[in-house]
Design a protein around this ligand. Structure first.
Ligand SMILES: [Mn+2]
Length: 355
């Protein structure tokens, strides 16, 4: 936590701010350890304060050892206004990507006298490189998700609905220690597998279907994210060709991934592999995204990904090919970028399985 707070103070200096207001759940938790659903951090060079209401006073004191916990009565802006004066904060950074327009107007009105400065992505970017404790939690989240998929695999057969598979995954992961799903699961079978984000429906699995399952759990705040595609009953030559195209692209991208390349270069490795196989127009999304306290965070591995990858960044590698009326395949692993390659948090096989 000291290191994380030090990163926030670097940001203060870099942006010429006297204070930083942090209210988004992920950044708040990252910097303070606070897991409650409401609260504001005010970080200055010399002091770190967490403002909560009555419901969270005790929790804030217990969880945020590096912060002074202060309870406000009913109006957080009034409390903040007092703190800004007390600490002579003239320029305060705020999370423009998080607060609503209504909150923004409130803030401007109530914190009159202080300049409020949008910090853009800079605060979120502090979370990109994971520390050892974060990596441990992500490994655990990934491990639980693989076990959940093994548990649910016998259900992937004609007659089961997509939602039943989704339900089995969620209940296994909660039983194994996850607080819940990391996002709404995609279980897309047959024609629905051509929809990259086809969330689980009441459609029944049918003989010959592709079944794409994209899911993950939240373990002590950290997300996992993985995708496997299966074929049920019988696999056509075309299905095999599409599957192998995606698998080759996925392996090629993992081979290419390492510190020092950009997200764009990683994406390009998979994209050119799929293009060579003749399916370039069927891969309409980016290769992957950062994962951590949020399921989607920086850096992006995509044609617009200009962030240079560093050791400790956690990213997904998930190329796909989607063909309207036929179906689609996506294969996704969660990896941690290393100096000369990656640590793959997924160990489950990726050869085509016909169930
Ligand atoms: Mn993903």
């Amino acid at each position: 936590m000291e290191n994380r707070l030090a990163k926030a103070k670097d940001l203060l200096r870099r942006e010429g701010l006297d204070g930083l207001l942090v209210q988004s759940p992920a950044n708040r938790r990252y910097l303070s350890g606070f897991t409650g659903t409401a609260g504001s951090l005010l970080i200055t060079e010399g002091e770190s304060i967490i403002l909560t209401d009555f419901r969270y006073t005790r929790q804030a004191k217990e969880q945020c050892a590096l912060f002074t916990a202060t309870e406000y009565k009913s109006d957080v802006w009034e409390a903040l206004s007092g703190l800004l004066k007390e600490h002579s904060i003239k320029r305060m950074g705020f999370e423009d990507g998080f607060i609503t327009y209504r909150q923004y107007l409130d803030m401007k009105k109530r914190l009159e006298g202080a300049d409020t400065v949008p910090v853009g992505e800079s605060l979120n970017l502090l979370r990109m490189v994971k520390d050892d404790s974060e990596m441990r939690l992500m490994r655990k989240a990934a491990e639980i998700s693989e076990k959940a998929l093994e548990y649910a695999m016998p259900l992937i057969r004609p007659g089961t609905t997509e939602r039943e598979i989704s339900k089995a995954l969620v209940s296994y992961m909660i039983q194994a220690g996850c607080s819940g799903p990391a996002f709404e699961f995609i279980v897309a079978s047959g024609w629905r597998s051509a929809m990259p984000h086809g969330v689980a429906s009441d459609k029944e699995i049918e003989y010959g279907d592709f079944v794409t399952i994209d899911f993950g759990g939240k373990y002590q705040g950290y997300c996992s994210d993985m995708t496997r595609t299966f074929v049920v009953g019988r696999c056509s030559p075309k299905q095999k060709e599409v599957y192998d195209t995606v698998l080759t692209a996925q392996l090629t991208a993992i081979e290419r991934l390492r510190a020092g390349i950009t997200g764009r270069e990683a994406d390009e490795a998979a994209r050119s592999s799929i293009e060579k196989a003749g399916y370039g127009r069927c891969f309409g999304h980016g290769l992957g995204h950062g994962v951590g306290l949020k399921i989607h965070e920086a850096p992006a591995l995509s044609p617009r990904g200009d962030i240079v990858l560093k050791p400790g960044m956690a990213v997904t590698v998930e190329p796909g090919v989607y063909i309207e009326g036929f179906g689609g395949v996506r294969i996704e692993d969660l990896v941690i970028v290393k100096e000369n390659g990656v640590e793959n948090l997924n160990s489950m096989g990726k050869e085509l399985i016909v169930l």
